[in-house]
Write a protein that binds this ligand. Structure first.
Ligand code: 5GP
Ligand code: ZN
Length: 231
């Protein structure tokens, strides 16, 4: 079934499209999202069935008072945080390579480095790592537990509707750093999740509210992308 579409990356890696698996560790598989919603979009999947059958809430914010169980889940959260952090470094260097030809600050730094008489202090490089977000969907469509590691500019022809946009730009997207959640957040219900995804679309960069106007948002995202990449 569609919801199990991420399982082959764990269990039949040889059957997967070459290049989609970025790397495998003892604990996780890091893959490329097949429908990337930004310049760089990776998914981190735990390999242990005990973990990957769980929802993000069950895995990272267990509603249990049993000490041993809590400790085990928090150790798992910590492990996934570390692997996601390392994946985010990879994503940042990929983003840097994709954006630097257009970036004024990258060019200034490059020119200074390459010059005949390099200055004692180089111009600041761009901090691409801070443009990478790490998190999960409140209600994932794919059943196998996965963490999104992606750039935030949403420049992608795969970004085709409001849900695509809002699921990454509202509280429907939960940063991994927010786990474990407060008890109330754990109880976020389907109605609340739906209202986030169906609510207004706001620009990730300037906050402008586009309401329901997806086409206008897309045009604006293109302008923001051009401005952002040339910083
Ligand atoms: P979520 O379940 O958190 O909403 O997101 C699932 C993600 O998996 C989406 O970003 C979607 O583009 C991606 N996806 C869906 N099917 C496949 C697939 O077969 N292969 C890969 N690599 N990604 C997929
Ligand atoms: Zn904007």
């Amino acid at each position: 079934a569609y919801q199990n579409g991420l399982l082959p990356y764990v269990h039949q890696p040889e059957s997967c499209t070459p290049g989609t698996i970025v790397r495998t560790t003892e604990n996780t598989v890091l893959i490329r999202d097949a429908f990337p919603k930004g310049l760089v979009h990776l998914l981190l999947i735990p390999r242990d069935p005990e973990w990957y059958v769980l929802t993000p809430f069950e895995a990272f914010s267990p509603a249990s008072t049993e000490r041993q169980k809590l400790d085990k889940h928090m150790a798992f959260l910590q492990l996934i945080r570390e692997e996601a952090g390392s994946a985010a470094n990879l994503a940042a260097s990929e983003l840097s390579r994709l954006v630097s030809p257009y970036s004024t600050s990258c060019k200034a730094r490059h020119d200074a480095l390459e010059g005949d008489d390099p200055p004692a202090t180089l111009p600041e490089g761009r901090d691409f790592r801070s443009e990478i977000k790490i998190g999960v969907h409140a209600q994932p469509s794919m059943a196998t537990l996965h963490i999104h590691i992606m750039s935030g500019e949403n420049h992608s022809d795969k970004l085709k509707n409001k849900k695509h946009y809002n699921s990454f730009n509202t509280n429907f997207f939960i940063p991994l750093d927010d786990f474990p959640l407060m008890e109330d957040d754990n109880l976020m219900d389907k109605v609340e999740q739906d209202s986030l995804v169906k609510g207004d679309m706001k620009c990730w960069r300037c906050g402008k509210n586009f309401g329901n106007k997806f086409k206008q948002l897309k045009e604006h995202l293109e302008d923001e992308y051009n401005a952002w990449r040339s910083i």
